[in-house]
Ligand binder design. Structure first.
Ligand code: GLP
Length: 242
């Protein structure tokens, strides 16, 4: 596990974007595993800037996202499809036919999840997976206690996750209570993993996840077992780590 210390959020975003661009330059037809949440927004903005300057070409890139809320249509501004389109897809020359997210509007959870596992297999697996870190250590929407063997599955979001996401919705009742997420097994099969973490409110969970015991109670702790993980975190997030 490699930890890259960034000064602040902007520096974290630039450093993370550098790693993603290196991947795209080295393998133009790579498969990027992408994440949502507020943390990677700056990373995507940096990638867009480099694309606009002519330094990056996404024309052959395939993307698979970690997760999607169940029941939100793509045009809902809180769906993860909308987020990805808004922050990246519509701003670079990516082929939209090669951008994949779980189908939040498929009511049959088993079908939605097995279809998505087939998509991931059909693109040949993930070269570089970008991850954010939830306050309870979740990655994607893999909540504490989920078996590390899980592939894509339907999740009942914990109360703390629903509360954390409330800021994006008009009221707590509007926050979806379920989501489809790639499982830990799928995430661990990515060749490389890049975790972005920012802010003092993540300091305790960084310490627990990456320097504590490996346990399903802290889903991100499993990343200690992956052989190519880079964590790019700012000073505030690393304040409890020497
Ligand atoms: C959501 C997403 C995760 C993300 C997490 C942290 O739960 N499903 O993929 O990592 O939020 O979000 P933030 O970066 O806003 O703290």
């Amino acid at each position: 596990m490699k930890i890259v210390r960034a000064k602040d959020y902007n520096d974290m975003s630039r450093k993370a974007a550098n790693i993603i661009s290196a991947q795209v330059i080295m393998k133009p037809n790579c498969v990027l595993g992408l994440a949502t949440g507020s943390t990677p927004i700056g990373t995507y903005a940096q990638l867009v800037e480099w694309y606009e300057k002519g330094d990056l070409d996404f024309s052959e890139v395939t993307t698979v996202n970690l997760d999607e809320y169940k029941g939100l249509p793509r045009d809902n501004d809180q769906s993860y499809y909308y987020f990805m389109n808004n922050n990246l897809f519509s701003k670079v020359n990516i082929n939209l036919k090669r951008t994949f997210l779980p189908d939040g509007m498929e009511p049959d959870s088993e079908k939605a999840c097995s279809d998505y596992d087939k998509v991931i297999a059909s693109v040949g697996g993930v070269d570089l997976q970008l991850l954010g870190l939830g306050h309870n250590g979740h990655i994607g929407f893999n909540e504490p206690g989920t078996a590390f063997e899980a592939e894509t599955h339907c999740v009942n979001l914990t109360e703390s996750t629903v509360k954390a996401n409330q800021r994006f919705f008009a009221s707590i009742d509007d926050v979806p209570k379920q989501a489809y997420t790639m499982g830990i097994k799928t995430i661990m099969q990515a060749k490389k993993i890049l975790v972005v973490v920012s802010g003092e409110d993540k300091a305790a969970i960084i310490k627990e996840a990456f320097f504590g015991p490996i346990t399903p109670q802290v889903q991100a702790s499993v990343l200690q077992l992956h052989n190519d993980v880079t964590i790019v975190a700012d000073e505030a997030a690393l304040s409890l780590v020497k």
